[in-house]
Design a protein around this ligand. Structure first.
Ligand code: BG6
Length: 483
């Protein structure tokens, strides 16, 4: 009973949220570099932080100051990575999930040859991880497509982007294959409908002939083809590698057992897993195709697209899990934000300061459901608690974070004891970084505190929080000591 002996324990980061150095060593602008932090919006108002217009993008491109563009500075992992890796190792990590910024390798996405300095950065990073015994788990596309592709092609809506992505993926496999055995293509591949710009470089103002929704379906189809072609190349170039799918597991419960609540809930859950169904099973679910038809959504597919998708499915399913929500047919049911969603409040659950409902049992249910559905190994590649930490006496006392993780680990281990094949767990994020949805620094997830505020003031010094020592103990005991 308990976790496998070779269980992978660690943390997860994304280049755009931690690296900073957005214009250093030839890096091009990614879509994230033009997203603003708006101090006047409430913590829970994620839509304002991720909304984009063509005018706003142009304005951002002319503004070289990074005060209101926090992802341009991140936590300067680009220059601090050795120190950060040493801290992760001290906690006992044997895996770290990172992403490669496409724009460091191909600054606009269209170059024929890669940027040497960008290549060198990740080579050094992976070498250092190997040297200290941390397995790299690498995402190729974590919300950071080149801005140039968004402006010129409306991102992934254009089929030509597939080839550019495949060229980029091939470069990564060729250069980093000797260091990296675990790969992921698209972070939260299902998220395109929630934030089309960051997931796929779609600028709503540019969706002229088609609705934004139809653009999303088209772009997602191109991502499926890109992911399948990347999987094919990955296996050819690195025979001992595994390449996975990455899903935002947004589990929804019916608010009551009224059949109409159950039906709406079923719809939400099916839609949530549609993208992973395609990437894991190698085919579109029939119900989704019918739904598209019923809604007048029509997308272009090349003749052999479906064949490519069928031939190269994923080796494992990874997912993020933070919260759960409910659904109700009652239009007046009270709603609360979650991970870039608005769900119905669940009276049995407490919520974080951002309204995300805390549900450890939901992790267990998700693990069992996903393993039963896909029958391939699972990897939890994001899970964590965003909170407003108080920094005092050189540390943060964060029992609320320990409490969140303790309950989630317990649930995770229970699912494993029921038979779920789980490869590993990477917490989001092991060190404080910029929030994806709110662009805040003050929404902190880490076991390590970083001295920086929302507007970029601070020394960037790193400090261990109380939870740092607790997670170390958990890893040392392979999940047996959760006290
Ligand atoms: C996940 C994303 O959905 O949620 C991460 O993959 C993100 O990039 C994480 O940081 C937490 O969300 P947020 O908005 O609190 O940073």
């Amino acid at each position: 009973m308990g976790l496998r002996d070779d269980f992978l324990w660690g943390g997860a980061l994304a280049a755009n949220q931690c690296e900073g150095a957005y214009d250093v060593d030839g890096k091009g602008l990614s879509v994230e570099d033009v997203l603003t932090y708006k101090p006047d919006t409430s913590n829970t108002d994620y839509k304002k932080h991720i909304a984009v217009t063509l005018e706003g993008i142009r304005e951002a491109m002319n503004d070289k100051d990074n005060t209101y563009y926090p992802k341009r500075r991140g936590i300067d992992f680009y220059h601090h990575y050795k120190e950060d890796l040493a801290l992760f190792k001290e906690m006992g990590f044997n895996v770290l999930r990172v992403s490669i910024a496409w724009t460091r390798i191909y600054p606009t996405g269209e170059e024929e040859t890669p940027n040497e300095k960008g290549l060198a950065f990740y080579e050094d990073l992976f070498k250092e991880m190997r040297r200290i015994g941390i397995e790299p788990l690498v995402t190729l596309h974590h919300y950071e497509p080149p801005l140039a592709l968004a402006l010129k092609y409306n991102g992934w809506t254009d089929r030509r982007v597939i080839d550019m992505f495949v060229r980029y993926a091939k470069t990564c496999f060729e250069y980093y294959g000797k260091y990296v055995k675990y790969w992921l293509t698209f972070n939260e591949v299902d998220s395109i409908f929630r934030h089309p710009f960051t997931t796929a470089g779609i600028i709503p103002d540019q969706c002229k002939e088609r609705s934004v929704e139809e653009c999303c379906y088209q772009a997602l189809h191109h991502q499926f083809v890109g992911a399948a072609l990347a999987a094919k190349l990955c296996h050819e170039i690195i025979p001992d590698a595994q390449i996975g799918c990455m899903l935002t597991k947004l589990i929804t419960y019916p608010r009551t057992c009224a059949p109409e609540d159950v039906y709406l809930t079923q719809k939400k859950n099916l839609k949530n897993m549609f993208a992973s169904d395609v990437m894991m099973f190698g085919e579109y679910p029939k119900l989704i195709l019918k739904e598209m038809e019923n809604n007048g959504i029509s997308i272009d597919m090349a003749e052999d697209d479906l064949d490519i998708i069928r031939k190269y499915p994923c080796d494992y399913l990874s997912f993020s899990y933070y919260m759960s929500m409910a659904e109700s047919a009652d239009p007046n049911a009270e709603r609360t934000p979650g991970n870039t969603v608005l769900g119905v409040k669940n009276p049995y659950l407490e919520a974080s300061d951002w309204g995300w409902q805390i549900d450890p049992e939901g992790l267990k249910i998700s693990l069992i459901e996903l393993y039963d559905r896909y029958k391939k190994p699972l990897f939890i590649v994001e899970n964590g608690f965003g909170a407003k930490d108080v920094f005092e006496d050189g540390t943060v006392h964060d029992p609320y974070r320990v409490d969140y993780f303790r309950k989630h680990f317990k649930a995770m281990i229970e699912a494993v004891d029921e038979g779920v094949d789980l490869l590993g767990y990477t917490s989001w994020a092991p060190i404080d970084i910029i929030s994806a949805s709110s662009n805040q620094m003050s929404k902190r997830y880490g076991f390590i505190y970083v001295d920086q505020d929302d507007l970029g003031k601070g020394t960037l010094k790193r400090y261990k929080k109380d939870s740092f020592y607790w997670y170390k103990k958990v890893i040392e005991s392979n999940g047996k000591d959760l006290d």
